[in-house]
Design a protein around this ligand. Sequence first.
Ligand SMILES: [Zn+2]
Length: 308
Amino acid sequence: MAQQQYNTIGIDIGGTNLRFALVDHLGSLIAQTKVPTPKDNEALLTLLASHARNLVLKSPISVGGIGVGWPGPVDRKLGKIIKAPNITGLEHFPLTSFLSKELGLPCFLENDAKCAALGEKAYGAAKEYKHFVLLTFGTGIGGAIYIDDNLYYGKTGGAGEIGHMTIVEDGKPCPCGNKGCFERYASSIALERLAEEKTGNKLSSQQIVEDYESGEASAANLIERFTDHVATGIASIVNVFDPEAVLLSGGLFSSPHNTLIQLIEEKIRNRCFTSFQKTLKILPSTLQGSAGIVGAATLARTESLRKS
Ligand SMILES: [Zn+2]
């Protein structure tokens, strides 16, 4: 099948929302839907099949396959979920077989941050880079590493769990079983918890960034501390991988002013090797909230082509 002769479906499964999109060969979203993630897993599987089916029916041309991003480690070769901290009970579930049977289409599974990196590489901010790292900031911190133009998987396929890199010895406990993980200090939720702890106010991370950009002193203190944590983790990654670019994805980084990224960049430059600094770029994801679904649809396209 020639590239442009079919569309693909991207599904991004999150602990909070399920997102679905019908995507063309240019990475454009032809149709999309978002629904809250149900607590019940049977309801979740039913929703996955029904919303994907609706998009297949909406497609003006044939659909070549379905790609799914899962918020945790997966066995991508067998199309099975391994686990996810926020969705329990589907461990080892053969998700691709289930969806292929329901929809009669080839289905492919990948970790959600790796999907976001596939999307940014194909259509977004990472197009021109062979060596880059992408971090997604949300409830936790997801990571994906591109080396020599390829996603790096490691021995068991799970490489890139940057959120679980230890940055504080004997620090805050993490659901992964370790202590002092990067995401306990540098995720969007970590910033919101820090704000609540220091000010007593429940604010969204985006609100805190907006307050910082409008010059509020209390927000400035929070952001100073938060960005110290973010930069500590990223500078270590830069020193290990010497990437051309680090892409930051998540609502935190969607402000058009980019002040948060500028502050993080300055702090990273103070910490990483000077030889790496000359060409290093710290960039916001350009696909932002759509990176996961566009990347999942890209996965379906590249894997279908590989198998055809
Ligand atoms: Zn952890």
